[in-house]
Design a protein around this ligand. Structure first.
Ligand SMILES: Nc1ncnc2c1ncn2[C@@H]1O[C@H](COP(=O)(O)OP(=O)(O)OP(=O)(O)O)[C@@H](O)[C@H]1O
Ligand SMILES: [Mg+2]
Length: 367
């Protein structure tokens, strides 16, 4: 029996999703490729741009952060900036984030033009004689509405306008089965080293999960059958984040029962929430209007675009253009299908369907 002031967690912090683990195995070739591309910066040369690709939860962000922090220890003339494009999803927001990193002050959020802010960033780089390495993490969130091309174009062509400035970009794409292409004008200056992060196999997953368990829980809290079940679920989804979230939630479930060990049932119960972690993360990044529309779609299941627009307009007062922009964005992030169907008296109408179970979408919207 676990006493009320006792805990199963030796260090729960290592189960936080943004924790950068000390033990990061099975990614040596990718880490080497990253270091090799960035190394020229240590000698004052422009680094090689990189395109980092792979399914969700395969260690892309973690690998880049680890390489950044290793390199930071050996150089002071390179600025490493990681931008989370899920949060900062416009050209202005991306450059604000870089500016903040460079001068340690947040720029004003409005009233300044992009070009002015960008000029300041460049001037700062030139004056301090520093090289900038920008990781555009989850750049897929920038693809709709053309922001990805704009951001890449500005960063990669900066040296043409401001001779001497050295900027390299690491574009990180979470690969969920849609292909993203840059504009040819961007492609011709990007020319990246492609670094692929494949799914981990069951053995690798077991090793990583086992190590996390060792740091997160006291001894004997996680029996072998529990560990195996977690490994199976990670293997099923391919997303290590699911496993880490499962460990945290099942630990809490066991504590709630005042048990000294986690049981397979604790894991099963936790899976209902953990399996939705990817979906919930995508939904969390939506604006309130976008969430309103998604909720309408989830409640209706299959709706004609016209009817949907009417309800959306009544709720938000927004017009047709914005409505279609949002539909485009959400189908680009695979939240819904917006196909044209041939049926109907009035010719081709657009039917809009959620791509996930409606009740799962509603569950994520509640949080
Ligand atoms: N090789 C590894 N060793 C230890 N932990 C790992 C490893 N790979 C991934 N992880 C852990 O899995 C989680 C997901 O990793 P990360 O965030 O780097 O994935 P990602 O590829 O960037 O995913 P997404 O495309 O969804 O952004 C993190 O908590 C990270 O600590
Ligand atoms: Mg990531």
């Amino acid at each position: 029996m676990l006493l009320w002031d006792e805990t199963l967690f030796r260090n729960g912090e290592v189960l936080e999703l943004d924790h950068v683990p000390e033990y990061f195995a099975h990614r040596d070739p990718q880490m080497q490729a990253l270091k090799f591309s960035l190394r020229p910066a240590m000698r004052g040369m422009r680094p090689v741009n990189c395109l980092v690709k792979g399914p969700p939860g395969t260690g892309k962000t973690t690998a880049v952060l680890k390489v950044f922090s290793e390199m930071k220890e050996h150089t002071s003339n390179v600025v490493f900036s990681k931008v989370n494009c899920q949060m900062d999803c416009t050209r202005f927001a991306v450059v604000s984030r870089i500016y903040e990193k460079l001068v340690n002050i947040k720029p004003p959020s409005s009233g300044v033009a992009f070009s002015k802010l960008f000029d300041k960033v460049i001037k700062q780089l030139v004056d301090s004689n520093k090289i900038l390495v920008v990781a555009l993490d989850d750049i897929n969130y920038l693809f709709h509405e053309g922001h990805a091309d704009e951001v890449m174009y500005s960063l990669l062509r900066a040296h043409e306008q401001y001779p001497g400035v050295k900027i390299a970009v690491i574009a990180i794409i979470s690969d969920i089965g849609i292909s993203h292409h840059f504009d040819p004008r961007v492609g011709s200056v990007f020319l990246p080293e492609e670094i692929v992060f494949p799914r981990y196999d069951a053995g690798e997953i077991r090793d990583i999960v086992k190590n996390r368990v060792k740091h997160a829980f006291y001894q004997d809290v996680v029996p072998d059958d529990v560990l195996e079940r977690v490994v199976e679920y990670v293997d099923l989804t391919g997303d290590l984040r699911v496993g880490i979230d499962l460990l945290r939630r099942s630990g809490l479930n066991a504590e709630r029962r005042a048990s000294r060990t986690i049981s397979v049932e604790d894991v099963e119960k936790a899976y209902d929430a953990s399996r939705l972690i990817y979906l919930c993360r995508s939904i969390r990044s939506l604006s309130d209007h976008e969430k309103t529309l998604l909720e309408l779609i989830a409640r209706e299941k299959d709706t004609q675009a016209g009817e949907l627009y009417k309800s959306f307009h009544e709720l938000t007062g927004l017009g047709y253009t914005r409505f279609y922009e949002i539909i485009g964005k959400m189908s680009a992030s695979q939240l819904l299908d917006a196909d044209f169907s041939g049926k109907g008296m009035r010719g081709r109408t657009r039917v809009i369907k959620p791509r996930y179970e409606p009740q799962d979408i509603l569950k994520c919207l509640e949080h």
